[in-house]
Design a protein around this ligand. Structure first.
Ligand code: IMP
Length: 435
């Protein structure tokens, strides 16, 4: 013990990588449990920039065990590129372990993702087009190809044949694509298999061993609660479960192994892709926040939609994950904006006041955010390291968030640098010590 889960409390891109990086330093194992290379984060270490989409960022700590769990969908080409990138920079990836049960993204998944979005036209989801949805669909349909299949040429070929056949019709626009040839695809994936074989393991057992002997495991979530397949703004969601409960299934541990759940939220809100966003600022201020916050996707380079902090959605995330702590990132981006609005309830198109996130999508689509106006702060806060260093208005803002979200803010991000954080209170330091 302990097991610490880190989840996104908004629509993804909350800055989970930074908290993971801080806690990973002292953890024994870091494990990813869902999503795939639709996620991405950038870590700056000694002035060098590293971008990861699949490998947990803990890999930069020598000797750390980093696990890609069974709940992740893996594009092996992308994984090998990341491994090559590490090798070129002299970083040993020997601590990486990949679940034999994780599913593989195949070329037809990527094509189906693109074709599916084109077919939806105006109704498109705005996916990352990395094949995530079609891969999870095949997993559920029991037509998936798993990491362990890479180790047996005969089985691999048979499984690819079975999976490919029903897709031929849907993939007509790609019919002549060379990567869809059964023989070529099998050969390509066997080559990937040779490369990743040394990393394949019974990862659930590795986690058992670590937790059972008192080690610390960080469960690194990707995307965010509002993008959850079951609890998010369906259908404008991803195809996995980014909520904390999924850490158990996607990594292979029991609920009793989880001791803390940290939610990460920006001091404002962003969203990439389509779907409802009640606090969106589709104006100059939104553009200003986008510019100042560098709100452009790590994976697709798309501009993020920006808006005010939404405490209705945050309370919903607190409840679904039973958050024990909140990390508020990018507070520095709000310096100079006065007043600061925070949504405390919604008003439905029929005039009803809603304190809770509505369960019906039509209500959410028509909902208008109702704001509380808080005083802003002028001073730049990038150099603050203790809560007492923050302007009073910034402290009041954090108190307001804690109170309305129903969970204590225990970490605050005040800039992009690793050291640009404020740990709040004794509790947070205890987590860090334990980790
Ligand atoms: P998919 O995960 O590629 O299927 O995309 C489904 C939705 O989730 C789209 O709106 C994407 O923009 C969004 N999404 C997926 N991954 C991320 C992420 O890491 N950050 C933010 N949004 C994401």
């Amino acid at each position: 013990m302990p097991g610490i889960v880190i989840v996104g409390a908004q629509w993804g891109d909350e800055g989970k990588g930074k908290l993971t990086d801080l806690l990973a330093e002292r953890a024994d194992v870091v494990v990813r449990f869902q999503g795939g290379n639709n996620a991405g984060h950038t870590i700056v270490r000694d002035g060098e920039e590293f971008k990861f989409h699949l490998i947990p960022s803990g890999i930069l700590y020598p000797g750390k065990t980093c696990v890609i769990g069974n709940g992740v969908v893996i594009d092996p080409g992308v994984l090998i590129e990341e491994l090559e990138g590490l090798r070129r920079r002299g970083i040993d990836a020997g601590g990486l372990r990949i679940s034999a049960n994780a599913h593989l993204i195949m070329p037809y998944h990527v094509m189906l993702d693109t074709a599916g979005e084109a077919r939806l036209g105006k109704l498109e989801i705005g996916t990352t087009k990395r094949g995530i949805g079609p891969c999870y669909a095949d997993k559920a349909a029991r037509l998936g190809i798993r990491v362990q299949d890479l180790l047996d040429a005969k089985i691999l070929r048979k499984k690819i044949m079975a999976a490919l056949e029903p897709k031929q019709k849907m993939l007509r626009p790609f019919a002549k694509h060379p990567r869809l040839d059964l023989h070529a695809m099998t050969e390509e994936y066997l080559r990937y298999g040779h490369r990743v074989e040394p990393f394949i393991a019974d990862t659930a057992h590795i986690l058992w061993d670590a937790l059972d002997t008192g080690g610390t495991v960080i469960f690194e979530g990707a995307q965010g609660t509002l993008l959850d397949l079951d609890h998010g703004t369906y259908p404008f969601v991803t195809s996995s479960n980014p909520v904390a409960g999924a850490a158990c299934v996607g990594a292979g541990v029991g609920p009793a192994d989880i001791d803390e759940v940290w939610g990460v939220a920006k001091a404002y809100t962003t969203r990439v892709g389509a779907g409802p966003f009640p606090t969106e600022l589709d104006d100059e201020l939104g553009a200003y926040i986008r510019e100042r916050g560098g709100e452009r996707g790590t994976t697709t380079g798309r501009e993020r939609r920006c808006g005010w902090l939404d405490l209705v959605a945050l309370r919903y995330a607190m409840r679904l994950n039973r958050l024990s702590a909140l990390a508020v990132t990018k507070l520095d981006v709000l310096a100079g904006i006065d007043p600061l609005n925070v949504a405390v309830r919604y008003r439905s198109s029929e005039g009803a006041l809603l304190d809770e996130f509505p369960y019906h999508q039509s209500v959410l689509h028509g909902a208008e955010a109702q704001y509380e106006e808080l005083p802003g702060f002028e001073a730049e806060i990038g150099d603050c390291r203790r809560v007492a260093d923050l302007p009073r208005e910034a402290r009041d803002y954090l108190d307001f968030v804690s109170e309305h979200a129903g969970v204590p803010v225990r970490l605050v991000g005040v800039g992009p640098g690793r050291e640009q954080v404020i740990w709040m209170g004794e509790d947070a330091r205890a987590t860090l010590r334990a980790a």
